[in-house]
Design a protein around this ligand. Sequence first.
Ligand SMILES: [Fe+2]
Length: 249
Amino acid sequence: MRYLILSDIHANDEAFAAVMNSTRRKRWDKAVCLGDIVGYAAEVNQTIDRLRALKPLVAIRGNHDKVCSGVEGEERLAKFSRFARIAAEWTAQKLTHGNRRYLSSLPRGPRLVDGAFAIAHGSPLDEDAYIFSDIDALRVFRSTDFPICFIGHSHFPVVFSWDGSDVKMQMATPPEFRLKLDPDKRYLINPGSVGQPRDRCPLASFATYNSETRLLRIHRVRYDIAKTQENILSAGLPVPLAERLSVGR
Ligand SMILES: [Fe+2]
């Protein structure tokens, strides 16, 4: 089975459309979304509609999806950065009734996908926790038994592998990263962010994974950043949310 793995689209439909265009030649059988469909950028309902149209699709919720759809309220919102909070409040008002319901019905990770791998938004131990370092990854490897788990949330395309004694951390360098997964190792894989990359590369990031050949690829694609920025600014969202997209931070 060939999987298309998307994470942290964050209402950047320009980036999402560019990713989907690029996959016309990279065929896939099932789409997987690791959450944070909205929050930060302005193309809220277009992004959700585009995602919901992918078939078949397995999706889980991210922290922004929870706050924007009202699954979590003030308490969680208070933990957001100022700009994230402004964007979440704005997004909540823009959601159509159907899309709000869709976001609020997304399940919590971790979830198993076809017995091929698990998916989680943050960590499989806590959907809202970040996995940034090899220490974070080690804790997960020791407390879970998923051979492969795809994670999002940090917006960094990275692969952590575990051979039973050491954790190896590999940043997925642009423009394309390839890795054949070793059946004797365990993996935590972040495909990077479609809509707000933070690894100093502004290109939209996503992954494809073939469960038969065990080939993982993390791809980067160009999109119309200026258009996304224009939409953020004309929505009255904070200027830094537009600016950061140019530098991928
Ligand atoms: Fe995110």
